[in-house]
Design a protein around this ligand. Structure first.
Ligand code: PLP
Length: 487
């Protein structure tokens, strides 16, 4: 008989010494990014980073000290530092520390949200958090939903429910030869078109409505709905956006909702970015009319400052979501209490899933809805400050008034360059600025022109940081223009 090796006890790592060592690493990261002194992002290329980690599969374990040292010296320094005050890039938050700490607990208890018996408290807390969010949206007593992996999945699930309502036998028979269309704004997130493709409708069935001031033109929407009706086309859903990706603008849900309600059309609101305004007394009005939605995507991992991931799909009638995922799995789904099943897998694209609701629930305990609303206000106020700074400067132009914490603008330098030269210059400006490391911004195209874009997701960002960002951009812009003139 071969002698069996007894492996080292992996739970030796469960003690306070190892826990503290990991925590100290995170605390040092928070501390090191508290002021604006360090770099925001790496200067290394993907290839250079890949070479660092290009090594054989570790056959044997090593000491915890060695692992921590690699994390500290090889991993952390080249991560994007979202808690740095001049990190102003994509819509990913500088996460709330209390939610960060909760992540360890969520992983430790490792409850699967698919079924109640695997997550007795988790599914109930998830249901409660969903209830609070439905109430904030004014969705009524039949409403419900589930956590998802992100806004993309939430919109997919909302549109899946809309497809089920439009084609009741779709689960067994498919979408047929003449599937319905989905109408959305021209600035809708790409996840909408992706969902339309995934749902088997064909992306040709996506109808884009033009914008006015970056919001869906409601007059054009009405005309399009009329035209589709005349042509005998079924509209599966209208997708409105509350907080567009490019400019953070809010569609007029009151007008769009009334139109949809009058015509019996499913309204999906992509509030991945902006639905968190429901927590803010100052900004909630931007979502007036959201109660008309049949489904809503809302990402706490954006403006509720949760670490990735925390996202929900909400539906006005929870049975719509259950119908969309109508599946029999008697070995899994059987927990019933007072008529409602707490098995979230009944309503979810996924089976095994961590309870992201824990951290949202903890953040709400710690800060309250008012505290999170105040943070939302603060981030939007920062965008207002930056807009005012831009307006006062001759070397930039603003593109829109901020309605949230997203702002697009353009560097124009001394004003002598035409649009054709400014487009590539603004693109290079963003690249050079980010590489320099003192800040981090993004860029997009608006109206065919290259613009610079910031998303202010970090409560640590101050007016001084905003002013410094513009100064640094301007300085680099001038250098690029000078180099261009020499060439
Ligand atoms: C309006 C909107 N919808 C959906 C998404 C996608 O969300 P996620 O990245 O969580 O899937 C985004 C994110 O960038 C967004 O801005």
């Amino acid at each position: 008989m071969p002698k069996l090796e007894i492996p080292p006890d992996p739970f030796d790592d469960a003690g306070m010494d190892v826990a503290e060592a990991f925590m100290r690493l995170v605390v040092r990261y928070f501390a090191a990014t508290a002021d604006s002194s360090g770099r925001v992002s790496t200067a290394l290329t993907p290839g250079e980073l890949a070479r660092r980690f290009d090594e054989p599969l570790p056959q044997n374990g090593t000491s915890i000290e060695a692992v921590l040292a690699r994390l500290e010296h090889e991993v952390l320094p080249d991560c994007n530092r979202l808690t740095h005050p001049r990190s102003m890039g994509h819509q990913v938050s500088a996460p709330l520390p209390v939610a960060v700490w909760t992540e360890a607990l969520t992983a430790a208890v490792n409850q699967s949200g698919a079924v109640w018996e695997m997550s007795p408290v988790g599914t109930v807390i998830e249901t409660q958090v969903i209830r609070w969010m439905c109430d904030l949206a004014g969705l009524g007593p039949e409403a419900g939903g589930t956590f998802t992996s992100g806004g993309t999945e939430a919109t997919f699930a909302g549109l899946l429910a809309a497809r089920q309502a439009a084609i009741p036998d779709v689960w067994t028979r498919g979408v047929g030869a003449n599937p319905p269309v989905v109408v959305c704004g021209e600035h809708a997130h790409y996840g909408v078109a992706r969902a339309i493709g995934e749902l088997g409708l064909g992306t040709d069935r996506a109808v884009a409505i033009p914008s006015r001031h970056f919001k869906m033109d409601v007059g054009a929407l009405e005309q399009e709905l009329d035209r589709l009706r005349r042509d005998g086309r079924t509209v599966m859903a209208v997708v409105a956006t509350s907080g567009t990706t490019a400019t953070g603008s809010f569609d007029d849900l009151e007008a769009i909702g009334r139109l949809c309600e009058a015509r019996g059309v499913w309204l999906h609101v992509d509030g991945a970015h902006g639905a968190s305004a429901l927590l803010s007394g100052t900004h909630r009005h931007r979502l007036a009319g959201i109660q008309y939605a049949r489904s809503i995507a809302w990402d706490p991992h954006k403006m509720m400052l949760m670490p990735l991931t925390a996202s929900v799909v909400l539906v006005r009638d929870e049975r719509d979501l259950e119908a969309a995922f109508s599946q029999r799995a008697p070995y899994l789904f059987h927990a019933r209490d007072g008529g409602r099943r707490f098995d979230q897998g009944l309503r979810s694209f996924t089976c095994s899933r961590r309870i992201d609701a824990f951290k949202v629930w903890v953040a709400l305990q710690r800060h309250g809805a008012n505290g999170l609303g105040a943070l939302y206000n603060h981030l939007c106020a920062n965008a207002g400050t930056m807009h005012a700074l831009l307006t006062a400067r001759p070397d930039f132009v603003t593109i829109h008034e901020p309605e949230s914490n997203i702002l697009c603008f353009r560097w124009i330098g001394d004003g002598t360059l035409n649009d054709e030269r400014l487009d590539p210059l603004n693109l290079r400006l963003r690249e050079a600025y980010n590489r320099a490391g003192t800040g981090w911004i993004t860029t997009t195209m608006l109206g065919g022109r290259r613009v610079l874009r910031v998303t202010l997701m970090n409560p640590r960002t101050t007016a001084t940081d905003l002013a410094r960002t513009l100064d640094d951009l301007s300085e680099i812009g001038k250098q690029l223009q000078a180099e261009d003139n020499i060439v």
